[in-house]
Write a protein that binds this ligand. Structure first.
Ligand SMILES: Cc1ncc(COP(=O)(O)O)c(C=O)c1O
Length: 653
């Protein structure tokens, strides 16, 4: 469209042409080239372009009078938006949950936009409605594992819903808790009370004789639960947050005590919320234990598996989510680890009639017996995102999802091992799946970390160093980790600033993780005074213990503490780790909770006990086992040397 002012009828004709079918080949070619270049770019963003600077590009509040030329608009868009966009597909962006997508998604997106179906009703989504129901049933089956007959009956019967699509995890969680609240405050059997859906929270509470209303979960719940609590009339203060244990899993004993207290005070607990993959630490709650609590006290059990849910695709990792199949509702976020484009949240419902608690109808659409999905979703009009889900389930399959998920966990474990063996970094949260937290330690304080003698002031200084490091790293634009402040059991539950690593991009490989360390090293060297950085050029400085160096040098061995520890272990002790140093090193980065790895060890060594899948194994047993292997210093007795290596190991953990 040209800038020259034209008559209204000319303009009308021009604009009608814009709506007609056909390709703008020039436009398509540019968009295709720019998209490919954007996806291929490996650095995470353009360096040193501040958010304030970008805000200055978008300050026009008046709509232009005349239509702009399309090419001119596209060029502006490329310059102002695309060029400085975040390359979410970069394997060097390991700090957030948004990842690269399978390359066929671009073509599917074109189809989705061309079809422009509106899934609120079949009259605008005659086929997608049923495709969506099928895709949802497949994931429902993966979670709840009901039999063939169950799915044959419910998959396409409009009276039942196996799950609801939503724009993201936030609305999926909200939908689940909406159903939970309405089910708890349902209409009376005699029809005198119409239920919270009709009467509202205040009248419903009065009718049922409750004095208060609550939701309960861990302190690590995602803030979307605050939004849900607010919207549902529970209030953010009504979202009761129970502290987590040393593995960042909610403390079940404290949770049960709180439930008893709330019930005694006539508080309605709408739902217990379990987390499968907390946003900050990746921890998975003891879902089985939570399901038992929910059943004991007859409370809805919701599982927020927005991030970690896809572990159920993995034979290696599914046992960590044991109990998810007992939940009444489960959130999954397709735009996280199902590798779908943005806008793919979902909630799955154990009972196919649970949605009755929230269903709405209208006279012109979403009539009572129709197939219209808009009867149940918070969203009204929405797009055909389900095509992406359906495609990935077909094009990746169970095995595809499994190998990709397993790979991301492997990469997180690789990174954790690098950190564990280093002296310049400290592992703050071990990866239960593919999220970990760590921090850089200035040279002057490394010995204290090793000895476990850091003071609060030391930690504050380290916090500040890591804040600066993360800011500089972000501004430099090459690699990215995010940052959080986490209550750290190792430091008396004080808030500690941690660098947060989320490995959700299947493209991230070991060299990318190495590149993140090198990038941080390059930033640190000029940033801090010489007392804090050493002359050692390595990005990850292997932990070096002088007395081991001396002893090992004589035998021509390495001088890394953990390898030296391994070298000093007897065959009997090594057999606990399948006589494999890698298994031993992995055990050091393993959190103290149910892990396939430990189960495997225990199976091969029944005398360790607890060989059943999903059995709990405390890594304390691994620690104390390692501690019995002596790293003797000259003149030191066996007992002295075990004690000191135990202390070090504990400090290191
Ligand atoms: C555990 C968890 N739940 C819910 C959400 C919210 O998801 P969304 O941003 O898609 O609304 C997130 C997002 O990071 C999450 O990590």
């Amino acid at each position: 469209m040209s800038n020259v002012t034209m008559s209204s009828s000319e303009l009308e004709q021009k604009l009608l042409a814009v709506f007609e079918a056909g390709d703008d080949k020039e436009l398509d070619a540019i968009v295709s080239r720019v998209s490919n270049e954007f996806i291929k770019e490996t650095s995470f963003s353009t360096p040193n372009v501040s958010e304030v600077e970008i805000a200055q590009r978008f300050t026009q509040s008046a709509i232009r009078e005349e239509p702009q030329d399309t090419m001119e608009y596209l060029n502006d868009l490329i310059k102002n938006v695309v060029e400085d966009g975040i390359h979410t597909s970069s394997p060097l962006l390991i700090g957030h949950m948004t990842s690269a997508l399978p390359n066929y998604m671009k073509s599917l997106a074109k189809l989705v936009v061309s079809m422009n179906q509106n899934v609120v009703k079949t009259e605008t989504a005659k086929t997608i409605t049923f495709l969506e129901r099928e895709a949802m049933a497949k994931l429902h089956r993966l979670i709840f594992n009901r039999d063939e007959e169950f799915y044959a009956k419910h998959i396409q019967d409009p009276a039942y819903m196996l799950g609801l699509f939503a724009s993201g995890g936030t609305l999926a969680n909200t939908s689940a808790l909406w159903i939970a609240r309405n089910s708890a405050l349902k209409p009376s059997s005699d029809g005198s009370f119409k239920g919270v859906e009709r009467e509202g929270v205040i009248r419903a509470m009065r009718y049922y004789g409750y004095s208060d209303i609550a939701l309960i979960g861990s302190t690590l719940m995602h803030y979307s639960l605050d939004k849900a609590a607010d919207l549902l009339g529970v209030g953010v203060h009504g979202l009761v947050k129970i502290p987590a244990n040393a593995n960042y899993q909610v403390d079940l004993a404290m949770m049960e005590a709180k439930i008893i207290e709330l019930l005694a005070a006539k508080t309605l607990i709408c739902a217990i919320v379990g987390i499968c993959g907390t946003t900050e630490t990746g921890a998975i709650d003891d879902l089985d234990g939570m399901a038992r609590l929910a059943s004991k006290y007859n409370i809805h059990f919701h599982c927020d598996a927005a991030w970690g849910g896809p572990c159920i695709f993995s034979k290696l990792h599914r046992s960590k989510a044991k109990g998810i199949e007992l939940a009444d509702s489960v959130t999954l976020d397709g735009h996280k680890q199902l590798w779908l484009p943005m806008g793919c949240g979902m909630v799955f419902l154990k009972s196919p009639t649970a949605v009755d608690a929230v269903s709405k109808t209208a006279n012109y659409i979403i009539r009572k017996d129709s197939y219209d999905l808009g009867k149940f979703t918070i969203d009204g009009s929405r797009g055909a995102q389900a095509i992406y889900l359906h495609a990935n389930l077909e094009l990746l399959g169970l095995r595809g999802y499994e190998v990709l998920f397993d790979r991301t966990v492997r990469m997180a474990r690789y990174m954790a091992r690098c950190i564990m063996r280093s002296e310049n970094f400290e592992l703050l949260v071990k990866p239960m799946s593919n999220i970990l937290l760590y921090r850089w330690i200035p040279a002057t304080l490394r010995q204290k970390v090793w000895e476990g003698t850091l003071t609060d002031e030391d930690n504050e200084y380290i916090d500040e160093c890591n804040r600066q490091l993360q800011n500089h790293q972000k501004n430099a634009g090459k690699t990215f980790v995010s940052r959080t402040t986490i209550s750290c059991p190792k430091y008396n539950h004080k808030g500690i600033v941690g660098l947060r690593v989320v490995i959700g991009n299947p493209l991230t490989k070991e060299e990318d993780i190495d590149a993140v360390f090198w990038d941080q090293n390059a930033i640190l060297m000029p940033l801090f005074s010489t007392k804090d950085v050493t002359s050692n050029p390595a990005a990850v400085i292997l932990r070096d213990v002088p007395e081991i160096r001396v002893a090992e040098a004589a035998e021509g061995g390495n001088n890394n503490y953990f390898e030296a520890l391994w070298a000093s272990m007897s065959l009997q002790h090594r057999l606990v780790f399948n006589d494999d140093v890698d298994t031993f090193l992995d055990a050091l980065i393993t959190p103290d909770c149910s892990l396939h790895h430990d189960v495997k060890l225990r199976k091969s060594l029944p005398w360790l006990g607890g060989a059943s899948p999903g059995a709990k194994c405390s890594s304390l047993s691994l620690r104390s086992l390692a501690s019995t292997c002596s790293l003797k210093r000259e003149g030191q007795s066996d007992s002295e040397s075990s004690a000191s290596s135990d202390e070090r190991l504990l400090a290191a953990n």
